[in-house]
Design a protein around this ligand. Structure first.
Ligand code: 1GP
Length: 252
């Protein structure tokens, strides 16, 4: 079974998936094994690893520690070409479809694809959309792209349909790490009504209620980073996991 199939299987079993984003710059390596073990025990369905701006030069080392501390998928969420490694289970092969920066639409993919292929790393083709919900995020600044305004669901739907028509495997709607607000439920619902691709949603999600509302609107995978970094408490991870997993189980 591929990692993507595994993720979809766990989404189907649990109604939705809960993922934690680990930004190697934001957690000390010594704390990583316990953090990852606790999160796994608390019911997380996978880890994304990456960041828009990485000051650490120990990406591989972090991946190795994370992999050795968990049984759930460890997937690279690359912020740049430097974040590619054969130690992960897969990589979200991102195309920044909300922007019009050719480097993020095809340039970086051309440079990365031969390396990813040589490594034998599973690449999950992902239509990545930045959604603007307030102040400028690192993802927006570093990618030099304009996000889709959060009050324009029709624009987001058109991008999602383009990704599906092109043949991408999934979508990632991101308000950006540490964003003021999360992707609005109305936008997620508009996309879910018209597009069948599984949707990762992240950025600015602060509470288990925020998370559950986005699953209810149609997200398949919910991603948090900042909320977990700030609290540093396994009980908080469990609350997020339970909120994400309870939505569809209750309604079906
Ligand atoms: C960003 O979706 C992730 O790509 C996580 O965002 O840090 O705001 O939870 P937060």
């Amino acid at each position: 079974m591929t990692t993507f199939e595994r993720m979809m299987h766990s989404r189907d079993e649990r109604g939705a998936g809960y993922l934690i984003l680990i930004d190697p710059d934001k957690i000390e390596e010594a704390k990583l094994p316990l953090f990852v073990r606790n999160a796994t025990e608390a019911g997380v369905d996978g880890f994304l690893v990456g960041g828009s701006l990485m000051m650490s030069d120990e990406f591989d080392k972090h991946l190795d520690v994370i992999k050795r501390s968990t049984t759930v998928p460890v997937i690279i969420f690359p912020g740049s070409l430097f974040q590619v490694s054969s130690l992960a289970d897969a990589i979200l092969f991102l195309v920044l479809i909300s922007g019009r920066n050719p480097e993020h639409l095809i340039g970086n993919q051309v440079l990365a694809a031969p390396i990813v292929r040589k490594m034998g790393l599973e690449a999950i083709s992902t239509g990545y959309m930045l959604i603007g919900t307030g102040k400028t995020t690192s993802a927006e600044f570093i990618s030099n792209t304009k996000p889709i305004p959060s009050h324009k669901p029709d624009i987001a739907v058109a991008h999602a349909l383009a990704a599906e028509t092109i043949g991408m495997k999934c979508l990632y709607l991101d308000a950006g790490s540490g964003a003021d607000g999360a992707v609005p439920e109305a936008m997620i619902k508009s996309i879910a009504d018209r597009c069948s691709l599984p949707m990762f949603v992240g950025g600015g999600i602060r509470t288990p209620e925020d998370a559950a509302e986005r699953i209810r609107a149609g997200a398949s995978f919910l991603v948090t980073g900042t909320a977990i970094e700030e609290r540093d408490d396994p009980r908080s991870i469990r609350r997020f996991a339970e909120a994400v997993h309870s939505v569809r189980v209750k309604t079906t």
